[in-house]
Design a protein around this ligand. Sequence first.
Ligand SMILES: Cc1cc2nc3c(=O)[nH]c(=O)nc-3n(C[C@H](O)[C@H](O)[C@H](O)COP(=O)(O)OP(=O)(O)OC[C@H]3O[C@@H](n4cnc5c(N)ncnc54)[C@H](O)[C@@H]3O)c2cc1C
Length: 453
Amino acid sequence: MRIVVVGNGVAGMEAALAVRRRDADATITVVSEESDHFFSRTALMYVLCGQLSHRCIEPLERGVYERLRLTRVRARATGLDPEARLLTLADGRTLAYDRLLIACGSRPRPAPWPGSGLRGVGHFVTLQDLAWLEAELHGQQSEPRPPNEWAHLSVSAADSPYGRREVAAETRGRTCGSPLVIGGGLIGIEAVETFLAAGRSPHFVIREDRFWPNPISAAESAWVAEALRGHGALVHLDTHVESMVGDGRGNVDRVVTDKGPLDVDCVVVAIGVVPNTEWLGEAVERDQSGGIVVGDDLQTSAPGVYAAGDCASVRWFDGQRRPEQLWYTGRDQGRVAAQALLGDDVRYRRSTWYNSAKLMDIEYTTAGLVGLDLPGESEWFYEETGAVKSTTRIVSRDGAVIGFNFLGRRWDHEVLIRWINERRSLAWVLDHLGAARFDTELVPPLVIPAAAR
Ligand SMILES: Cc1cc2nc3c(=O)[nH]c(=O)nc-3n(C[C@H](O)[C@H](O)[C@H](O)COP(=O)(O)OP(=O)(O)OC[C@H]3O[C@@H](n4cnc5c(N)ncnc54)[C@H](O)[C@@H]3O)c2cc1C
């Protein structure tokens, strides 16, 4: 059995490891354009902040390919012939397969504004983006590395999300002092945090009238914006970017918005990600977003070809198909894809939604269905304003809790999900809320007064 996996992110690597666990003889080839080693994309910001080294964010030891006999190919896949069962690489080589898993992830959504191609404008999604931002911000990569440690970083042309970026700081002769981040989602706020950690006061331009409008309420959003401002970010809500203007030498110098111009010398565009699937052309069916349409067994429209992770358009709880751009769903899909590659009759079932993050110093936990305004739902809300500031939102429907949204405290999503699956009532959940508590040491417990129930 010749198994080829495109992508060494969490979906691709989980699949390769799970196949090897079951099948000692399969030939497994892992193709990766971005990097030699699997790394945690979710932890990129900690490297940029100088809190973790590059090696620290690699979940597996570097010898894993040799130890588990995974053949590693560092190249860009450029085409697929499903009838001939051949994958084409940019250097002209072809790889024959019996089963193929496409786990090629996302690329940043491109900036639509005139001037977006100026030096000093980029994204924060790939390893090459990290190298670019480190150079813009620190003038060099943040940790001393052996010579050529970064030489493996790019094998790609500049138009690839994994291509090497030109650095404005190099042509200016100084690192960036006035950065700007566009886009009020999680990647945007992470970029803002890295600039703050480096002692800059970044502009944060958000098109909507509040930060992260879908997952959190207006009041919660105002709280996050206040925290950002308190740390020195210059938050511009309800502001639309119109263009970017250069300094005459190809470097970004100004961002023009509908509220006026902003002087900048580095811009991170964080307006979402899209499936990184253009290279597949018509070889497999893709949805409007570019996501590879898969059945519940993660098989694509081409026989023997499967897809998993950010690039796969899977069935959601509402019956619609779209990509799930999350680490843990990529991991779960990779594991299911491994079973499918080995011929098992298997189904990927989306488990109950959860997510957690830290928005500046505000903890955020969500689980289940919140903010969807489903018919018949009711929402219970409590704001804590003592030694700890926090908000608790619990959504119920048909007598059972279906979702949680918490800010300011840390909660154990596994307990919350269990309660949702057990269809617990709001009264029962409020009585037992302490069991889901996940606060750090010395944080006093949440006490909800009887009158607030
Ligand atoms: C800054 C940031 C923070 C995030 N934080 C969180 C978080 O807190 N929680 C969370 O759940 N999710 C988070 N995410 C999302 C999460 O990282 C992704 O959902 C997850 O990494 C996707 O994994 P994947 O394996 O599908 O794809 P990827 O990790 O994108 O891996 C795809 C791999 O495919 C390879 N590839 C792509 N195209 C080709 C090609 N043509 N030829 C050869 N190889 C190719 C590349 O080498 C790439 O490494 C974050 C994302 C970013 C960018």
